[in-house]
Design a binder for this molecule. Structure first.
Ligand code: RM4
Ligand code: MN
Length: 395
C-alpha cells in the first residue's frame, strides 16, 4: 500500500473510532491526602453527562459515558438515558462497586459468608436493571477483593467462591449484554488480590461463556509489564472486551493516557490495528470498548478528558500509518532493524495535521484543546454551578 493509500485508510478508521468517557472523571478526585475542588465541577450525574457531552462536542469521537453505581444513582435511569441522548451521547458501561461497604472488609464476591456474597451479587442485579433502563450493554466488574497476609484466607477457596458468584452474575445478563472482568495487581489489598492478572480474569471468563470478556486497565500491572503482549494474546483468543486507559509512573496513578509513555500507548494501538480490532460491531456489543478510567486531581476535568481523547487518537493514527507491508516483509526476512524502523518511523510521524483534517472534514475545529479553551465554557460553568455539593470520586 502506498503512503497516500495508508493515509486515506487511516482517515476512514479514525472516523469510525470511538472512545468512552468515565463519569467519575468529571467529579472531584484526589489522593488519600487531599481531594481538591474547583469552580464549576459537576454536582450530579446529569451534570457529569453534560460535561462528557462537551468532550464529544469538541472531539467528535467520545459518544458514550460510563456510569458508576452507586455514585451515579438516580431515581429515573430511563430519564438519564434520554437526557444523555439529548446531549448527543449514550450511556456506556455500567461499573459496579464492591469496595465501599463495611461488609466487604474481608471480601465481597469471595467472602466466606454467603450472605455477604449474596449482597454483592444482588448489587449486580441492580446494575443490570440500570443497563436495561439506559440501553447499556456492558456490565463492568472490578473486583477489589484480596488479602493482606499470607495464610489470612484459603486462596483456592476464595477462587471457588468467586467462580460461583461470577456465574450467578453472568446468569443475570440478557443475550446482548457483556460482563467485563477487570484485574489489578495490588491495592486495596497488598498480599494477594483475587483477580490480580489477565490470566486469572481470562480463566474466569472462559468458564463463564462468550459474553464474558477481560478488561485491561493500563495502570493495573507491575511497572515493567509488556502490556501490548497481553493485548495481543487477549485479542488472539477473542477475549479483550475493553480497555481502561490511563497513564502511570508508579502505581495506579490514573493520569492522562499517553502522558507518561506515549510510545507504550502507540505499541498497544499497534497490536489493535494489527489484529484489525479498532472498530466495534455495528450493534455496539462486540469488539473492544476503548474506555478511559482516569482522575483529574489538579487539572480541569473537561479539558483533561479532551486531551486524553486526542492522545488516544494520536497513538491510533500513528499505528494506522505503520507501513505493514514493509513491516511484515522485514519480519519475514529476519531484518531486525528494518522491522523495528517500520514501527519507529510511524511513531515519529507528526499526525496532528492528519487529525486536523479529520476534524475539519467532520465540521469540527482542528484543535479541540484550543477550541475548548477559547470557548469560555469553563467560566460559564463556574458562574452557573453555584451551591450544592460537587460530585466526588467515591461518593
Ligand atoms: C478502580 C477500577 C475501576 C474503576 C474504579 C473507579 O480502580 O480501575 O475500573 O471503576 O477504580
Ligand atoms: Mn479501571
Amino acid at each position: 500500500m502506498t503512503s497516500p493509500d495508508r493515509r486515506a485508510r487511516a482517515l476512514d478508521a479514525l472516523r469510525a473510532q470511538t472512545i468512552e468517557l468515565p463519569s467519575w472523571a468529571f467529579g472531584n478526585s484526589g489522593t488519600r491526602f487531599k481531594v481538591f475542588g474547583a469552580p464549576g465541577v459537576a454536582r450530579d450525574p446529569w451534570e457529569k453527562i453534560a460535561d462528557a457531552a462537551q468532550v464529544h462536542r469538541y472531539t467528535g469521537v467520545a459518544p458514550r459515558v460510563s456510569l458508576h453505581i452507586p455514585w451515579d444513582r438516580v431515581e429515573d435511569y430511563a430519564a438519564l438515558g434520554t437526557f444523555a441522548a439529548e446531549q448527543g451521547v449514550a450511556i456506556g458501561a455500567i461499573n459496579s462497586n464492591l469496595f465501599q461497604d463495611d461488609e466487604y472488609r474481608l471480601g465481597s464476591l469471595t467472602h466466606a459468608d454467603r450472605a455477604v456474597r449474596d449482597r454483592a451479587i444482588a448489587h449486580h442485579a441492580e446494575c443490570v436493571e440500570v443497563m436495561r433502563a439506559t440501553g447499556s450493554t456492558d456490565l463492568k466488574l472490578w473486583l477489589p477483593d484480596g488479602t493482606n497476609y499470607a495464610g489470612q484466607d484459603d486462596l483456592r477457596a476464595r477462587q471457588d467462591r468467586l467462580a460461583d458468584s461470577l456465574q450467578q452474575i453472568y446468569a443475570l445478563l440478557d443475550p446482548e449484554h457483556r460482563l467485563l472482568v477487570e484485574y489489578k495487581i495490588y491495592e486495596p489489598y497488598f498480599y494477594a488480590m483475587d483477580i490480580p492478572d489477565w490470566g486469572t480474569s481470562l480463566v474466569h471468563c472462559l468458564a463463564l461463556g462468550d459474553q464474558a470478556q477481560v478488561v485491561l486497565d493500563t495502570g493495573h500491572h507491575a511497572p515493567s509489564t509488556n502490556i501490548e503482549f497481553i493485548v495481543m494474546q487477549l485479542l488472539r483468543v477473542g477475549r479483550l472486551g475493553a480497555f481502561d486507559f490511563n497513564s502511570r509512573n508508579y502505581g495506579d496513578d490514573d493520569l492522562i493516557v499517553g502522558a507518561a509513555d506515549p510510545f507504550q500507548l502507540f505499541r498497544i494501538m499497534n497490536e489493535i490495528v494489527e489484529a484489525d480490532a479498532l472498530g466495534r460491531a455495528g450493534d455496539g456489543t462486540a469488539g473492544v470498548n476503548f474506555m478511559l478510567d482516569q482522575c483529574h486531581n489538579i487539572e480541569p476535568k473537561i479539558p483533561g478528558q479532551i486531551r486524553s481523547v486526542t492522545n488516544v487518537q494520536e497513538a491510533t493514527a500513528k499505528a494506522l500509518l505503520v507501513d505493514r507491508d514493509a513491516l511484515h516483509a522485514a519480519q519475514q526476512a529476519g531484518d531486525v532493524l528494518g522491522a523495528h524502523a517500520a514501527l519507529t518511523d510511524a511513531f515519529a510521524t507528526d499526525v496532528r495535521p492528519l487529525l486536523a483534517e479529520l476534524r475539519e472534514s467532520a465540521g469540527l475545529h482542528p484543535d479541540p484543546n484550543a477550541a475548548y479553551a477559547a470557548s469560555g465554557h469553563q467560566d460559564r460553568l463556574a458562574a452557573d454551578r453555584v451551591g450544592g455539593t460537587q460530585a466526588s470520586w467515591g461518593a
